[in-house]
Ligand binder design. Structure first.
Ligand code: ATP
Ligand code: MG
Length: 395
């Protein structure tokens, strides 16, 4: 038996010994029936969070107000959540009130799609009131209950439907896409962070083209940051699968320059880390357009971003002259510290000169000639190059 399921079953048995009821629920059950790898198992229980905290030694109260705690058990973490329902979604962000219920069926009824609304018991029994197994067999996404109501409660479910279609290669029921088209304007009320999480997952999923086509068919692009202001962007489709937001923004900026990487990051409220990566990728691509895949271009890009840059170039239909990873590995230097001369030595060469941007320019010049193999990475040699360069500049 699967180690994750075995450990989850142990947690459930302990809950049962204490008079509670518990099941494995959510994405894990879906992935189990799909034969996909299961990353984490969520557990739903009739017991209250305080009772779970009393039973287990290692419990982290991560979301008590939603009834969720994390139970650590043999180096696995399980989210254990009390059976609950939600009511009164205000401004489409969070339910106003979460209340605990006593039956697993009620808990399942608040879930988004039939494939996500199944429960697995320790003895292998499956509780499937909304015919999730059939939907999985037929590779279909259908809502639990009427889509118009469920999407009005939480419009993020529209994006989740599209995201799951891209992850699983499932089709969304026609009756559901019709409602998405009708209700797509509700997407504007969602927090950008929640939207960004779903859109990012969708675009980095193996069947992203399928998700993309649903976004087009339902006109949901009209309510996504950046896309809503630049309709031409919907014709830009990456030719290969990209792996994160940094690559996505790199791709979009390079294929449509009207929106800068900074604008992408701020409109989608992404991190500085994403911004840094997107800028590295776009700068490298621009340098590539000027001088090809030079040693200095790869040096500037840096080893951490090589694979992503290559991926973005392929997504734009470039074919590279050689393998950038191999070429990067063979460079004589990989960081400024590798250069056989430092800033102080350059100062000492020209003691009469004030500090200024000349020093950075000389360092960049040396980095370039060493990365390109024009000069050996050797102190005396580098000093000769600097003096020669200085003469040429007429200093
Ligand atoms: P993933 O593989 O992306 O984690 P998942 O199905 O586990 O997929 P989660 O976001 O982790 O998705 O949510 C866990 C479960 O909680 C879902 O399977 C679903 O039953 C329920 N759920 C999550 N988000 C919503 C929502 N917005 N509306 C209703 N139910 C939801
Ligand atoms: Mg999950």
């Amino acid at each position: 038996e699967h180690p994750l399921l075995k450990r989850a079953a142990e947690v459930i048995s302990i809950i049962e010994e204490h008079g509670g009821e518990a099941f494995i629920v959510g994405g894990c059950v879906r992935d189990y029936f799909l034969g996909h790898e299961m990353k984490d198992a969520d557990i739903a229980t009739s017991l209250l969070p305080e009772q779970i905290m009393d039973i287990f030694d290692k419990v982290i109260p991560v979301g008590l107000e939603h009834g969720t705690v994390i139970v650590r058990h043999h180096s696995h973490s399980f989210e254990v959540t009390t059976y609950r329902m939600e009511e009164d979604y205000e401004d489409y962000r969070h339910p106003n009130r979460v209340y605990f219920v006593t039956s697993i069926e009620k808990d399942l009824s608040r879930r988004d799609f039939s494939m996500n609304a199944m429960a697995l018991a320790v003895n292998g029994d499956i509780i499937d009131p909304f015919r999730g197994q059939r939907a999985i067999q037929e590779r279909r996404i259908e809502t639990v209950g009427a889509p118009a109501e469920r999407f009005a409660e939480d419009p993020l479910r529209m994006m989740r439907a599209i995201r799951f279609s891209a992850q699983l290669d499932f089709s969304i029921d026609h009756s559901v896409t019709e409602v998405i088209t009708e209700k797509r304007n509700l997407l504007q009320f969602l927090s950008v962070e929640r939207l960004a999480s779903e859109f990012g997952k969708m675009m980095t999923s193996p069947f992203y083209r399928k998700g993309w086509n649903y976004l087009l068919a339902t006109k949901s692009f009209q309510y996504l940051p950046v896309f809503q202001d630049h309709p031409a962007l919907v014709q830009r489709e990456p030719l290969v699968l990209l792996s994160d937001w940094g690559e996505l923004i790199g791709f979009y900026h390079l294929s449509y320059e009207d929106v800068s990487p900074e604008e992408w990051v701020s409109a989608w409220r992404l991190s500085n880390q994403v911004k840094r990566k997107a800028k590295k990728i776009t700068e490298a691509a621009q340098m590539y357009q000027r001088e090809g895949m030079s040693g200095y271009m790869l040096y500037r890009l840096g080893g951490a971003y090589i694979k992503s840059w290559e991926n973005v170039m392929h997504s734009l239909n470039y074919s590279l002259p050689e393998d950038p990873t191999i070429k990067y590995a063979s460079l004589p230097i990989h960081s400024r510290a590798d250069l056989d001369i430092d800033t102080y030595e350059l100062f000492r060469l020209f003691p009469e000169r004030k500090r200024g941007k000349w020093i950075g320019e000389y360092i960049d010049y040396l980095l370039r000639i060493v990365a390109e193999g024009t000069s050996a990475n050797n102190r005396d040699e580098l000093i000769k190059w600097v003096k020669e360069r200085d003469r040429q500049k007429g200093n």
